[in-house]
Ligand binder design. Structure first.
Ligand SMILES: NC(=O)C1=CN([C@@H]2O[C@H](COP(=O)(O)OP(=O)(O)OC[C@H]3O[C@@H](n4cnc5c(N)ncnc54)[C@H](OP(=O)(O)O)[C@@H]3O)[C@@H](O)[C@H]2O)C=CC1
Ligand SMILES: O=C1O[C@H](COP(=O)(O)O)[C@@H](O)[C@H](O)[C@H]1O
Length: 469
């Protein structure tokens, strides 16, 4: 196994897949933005199959960065380009690694970033090992990490045969989102939140990831995957781990990851009876989708956590494409207060809620109840904070993750145990998928999701949307 120097800043980023879609849409822009902030301190060696010239790659990068809405500063872009070189070749071919070794030279402290088809993660890492290119290096691999529990275990075994766990960074871009990172601080640095964060106060947790667009041009990728594997197994369960874990005992990457792993271990394997699958009308016409596809574009499920903090609190997750809004949020419903005689109508007020909006326009809402003068009834009262306004503009997820990979901070990457536990949790839903319900584009998914999962608890709440400007 290669030796590890986790924590040592890299001076070289080898970007496998630099000509691909993710690079074009997101990661080249993230590197450019790091350059603009003065946070990029390495050379970048791009690797892909295309026999492009460096000039072609530079033009392609510039066009992709501009198309993402980023205003390009020529001086910054010039500095960024000076860092770039490009090697073309097939990653299954040994000659590529000979070229790479020559380009790296003896002094490289390298991060290999694999934004590549996942079937190539194993072969690339093994070739790097065979060519003795892994000593002191880190390897960041994109999602998905496996397509079920067995394949995730196999991939772990294969990668761990040549890499120490500290060298392996499993990317989940949700872990780079600032409100997701903020969860740990908000929860544990504020008594006002910390004291109500358990089953004594919380009656249900709902996590929603809604997208108001369909699969568009990604049919070939999406159809064999579906919503459960695409975003629930990874993004939503990672968020749940941060929402529900106990406080880490220290500041190290493993202190946090220990607590996340512990929480996920306490989540019961999902029950197919508490799972609703949907497919939006028109999905079957998307190019690349099988004409009789049974793939879900919507998944809603109820989970339970067997520990002292959360026993008996239903955890609802839902994610879908072509829904009414684009919004991702975490919502805690608190218990009802007693029916006190002096309160309006002597009746029940709405439950208080705590909402963390992850996207768009991250923020925190506390939903309370008041009685306005002159009225005989309850009036909702919300206390809202918008992080952008209060806390300043954050790094974008890929800026943060690429920078963390380069400086050797593993905290924002998923560890082996949490990835495998997440697959264990959703595996029964993969093995026994529930029936598929077709839903209208622009709706909130199949009505079944509300009926079937909500009964006896709380129904899905309309997400908190940013104010119209
Ligand atoms: N696209 C997205 O929005 C997202 C993608 N991801 C993940 O990122 C990874 C990459 O996805 P994406 O960019 O969409 O994929 P693409 O198919 O667009 O790009 C794949 C890259 O891999 C290169 N490649 C493929 N096979 C070989 C080979 N044998 N030898 C050398 N290079 C090769 C391609 O080079 P060439 O073009 O020259 O053939 C290309 O640069 C995947 O794991 C995906 O799941 C994660 C989140 C979002
Ligand atoms: O990983 C993925 O995430 C995106 C959503 O990411 P976001 O940062 O825009 O919320 C999702 O659209 C895609 O299907 C999935 O592969």
């Amino acid at each position: 196994m290669a030796s590890t120097e986790s924590g040592t800043a890299a001076n070289t980023l080898v970007d496998f897949g630099i000509t691909g879609d993710l690079a074009h849409k997101m990661t080249l822009r993230a590197l450019y933005r790091l350059e603009k902030r003065g946070l990029l301190d390495c050379r970048i060696i791009g690797v892909a199959a295309d026999s492009w010239t460096l000039d072609h790659l530079v033009e392609h990068a510039k066009e992709g960065i501009a198309a993402s809405g980023e205003k390009i500063d020529d001086e910054v872009f010039g500095r960024f380009v000076k860092r770039l070189s490009y090697i073309s070749g097939d990653v299954t071919d040994d000659s590529l690694y000979a070229k790479l070794a020559e380009e790296l030279g003896p002094d490289a402290r390298t991060v290999y970033y694999l934004q590549m088809p996942p079937s190539l993660f194993g072969p690339i890492v093994e070739k790097l090992g065979e060519h003795k290119l892994l000593d002191g290096a880190r390897v960041a691999v994109e999602k998905p990490f496996g397509h079920d529990l067995d394949s995730a275990r196999d991939l772990n075994t294969r990668l761990r045969a040549v890499l120490a766990e500290e060298q392996l960074l499993r990317v989940d871009h949700f872990l780079g989102k600032s409100p997701v990172i903020e969860l740990e601080y908000l929860r544990f640095a504020n008594l006002a939140l910390a004291e109500l964060w358990d089953r004594k106060s919380v009656s249900a947790i709902q996590i929603t990831m809604a997208e108001n667009f369909g699969v568009e041009d990604r049919g070939r990728f999406y159809d064999p995957v579906g919503a459960l594997r695409d975003v629930v197994q990874n993004h939503l369960l990672q968020v749940l781990a941060l929402v529900a874990m106990d406080p880490p005992a220290g500041a190290g990457a493993d202190d946090l990851r220990d607590k996340k792993g512990e929480l996920l271990r306490a989540v019961r394997a999902a029950d197919p009876k508490n799972y609703v699958r949907g497919q939006y009308q028109g999905y079957l016409d998307v190019p690349g989708v099988a004409p009789d596809s049974d793939t879900e574009t919507f998944a809603a499920l109820r989970l339970e956590i067997d520990n002292w903090r959360w026993a008996g609190v239903p955890i609802y997750l839902r994610a879908g494409k072509a829904l009414a809004e684009r919004v991702t949020e975490v919502r805690l419903h608190l218990h009802r207060t007693p029916k006190l005689a002096f309160l309006p109508k002597g009746g029940e007020a709405e439950r208080n809620q705590v909402v963390l909006r992850i996207d768009p326009d991250p923020g925190l809402r506390i939903a309370l109840t008041a009685k306005a003068d002159q009225t005989a009834d309850w009036t909702p009262l919300t206390l809202d904070a918008t992080f952008g306004r209060e806390l300043g503009e954050p790094l974008e997820p890929y800026e943060r993750l690429l920078q963390a990979a380069l400086v050797g901070d593993a905290q924002l990457f998923a560890r082996e145990d949490s990835v495998e536990e997440s697959w264990r949790i959703v595996q029964p839903l993969i093995d026994s998928p529930s029936p598929l319900h077709v839903y209208e584009r622009g709706s909130w998914g199949p009505e079944k999701a509300a009926d079937k999962l909500g009964h006896g608890h709380v129904n899905w709440h309309q997400p908190w949307m940013p104010d119209e400007v």
